[in-house]
Design a protein around this ligand. Structure first.
Ligand code: ADP
Ligand code: MG
Length: 259
């Protein structure tokens, strides 16, 4: 057997997939760079580790279940006056996840709550944390059906294994008392093990209303806010301020043609 094929066989047996798949390139690069034996071994093992870390990161991002991606670098602090550069830098350091702190982002629609939540959670995935994203509505469905539905059970298992859970859009829709109780049980279960980011359009005083249960609202908020930062995001809607109009663009084109 050709030596290259033999080495590929060894790499395969050892589970070194990157080395197996890229062996010719790795050898070619080493020859070109006239690498020493030490450098060559370093490149082989280093390359394998980098490849694995990358794959694990992609897996974490996929399993987080983001509806779309948002990045911290795109969060415009000039537009959002409710959060300072220093606060954003501190949040980006992610030590609050190690300390199992929660984060509650509240405010009206369009101020960037979901953007900030997803961007922080995505960054956490990149840094090696296990993350789950869910809307409140989907979480209620998961909690109601995880005993009987395979997908819901998988989502719940993922949530229970996560370092960070994002629950987006809390308070947009009323929930039943059964759902409220299941939510309370989940929050209690995650205490001391998982950080939670909540985005909500409701002030704390309004939670009793959408949960339709003052005692339950107090109990949930008590647990959530025990170790918690709360950012009240106010200001204008980014969506409305940056409204893109298909019609006005088309009209402009028509006007250009007729001129
Ligand atoms: P909310 O969840 O508060 O309703 P979103 O986070 O969904 O608002 O923001 C609506 C849109 O505006 C998204 O496309 C988001 O990326 C954008 N956006 C909001 N605030 C900012 C900001 N400060 N910088 C950049 N984009 C923003
Ligand atoms: Mg939102």
């Amino acid at each position: 057997m050709d030596k290259i094929q033999e080495i590929k066989g060894y790499a395969s047996s050892l589970g070194l997939t990157h080395t197996r798949d890229d062996l010719e390139t790795i050898i070619h690069e080493a020859e070109k760079a006239q690498s020493s034996y030490v450098e060559f071994i370093q490149d082989v093992f280093g390359g394998e580790i980098k490849y694995r870390q990358n794959k694990a990161k992609e897996k974490r991002i996929k399993e987080a279940g983001f509806p779309y991606k948002k990045y911290l670098k795109d969060f415009d602090l000039d537009f959002c006056q409710s959060i300072t550069r220093k606060q954003l830098n501190q949040l980006s350091e992610l030590t609050w996840i190690d300390g199992i702190y929660n984060l509650i982002l509240s405010g009206p629609p369009g101020v960037g709550k979901t953007h900030l939540a997803i961007a922080l959670a995505y960054h956490a995935c990149e840094e090696g944390y296990k993350v789950s994203y869910t809307s409140m509505q989907y979480l209620m469905q998961v909690l109601r059906t995880c005993e009987v539905d395979r997908r819901s059970r998988a989502k719940m298992n993922r949530i229970l294994k996560s370092n960070l859970l994002v629950v987006d859009e809390v308070g947009y829709l009323p929930i039943t008392s059964v759902e409220g109780n299941l939510f309370f049980q989940l929050i209690s279960q995650l205490q001391e093990q998982t950080s939670i980011i909540i985005t909500t359009n409701k002030g704390f005083e309004e939670w009793a209303e959408f949960l339709d249960d003052a005692a339950l609202a107090t109990a949930i908020l008590d647990r959530l806010s025990y170790r918690c930062d709360r950012i009240q995001m106010s200001g204008k809607s980014y969506r409305l301020e940056n409204r893109k109009s298909f019609l006005s663009k088309n009209n402009m084109k028509k006007a250009e043609v007729s001129n």
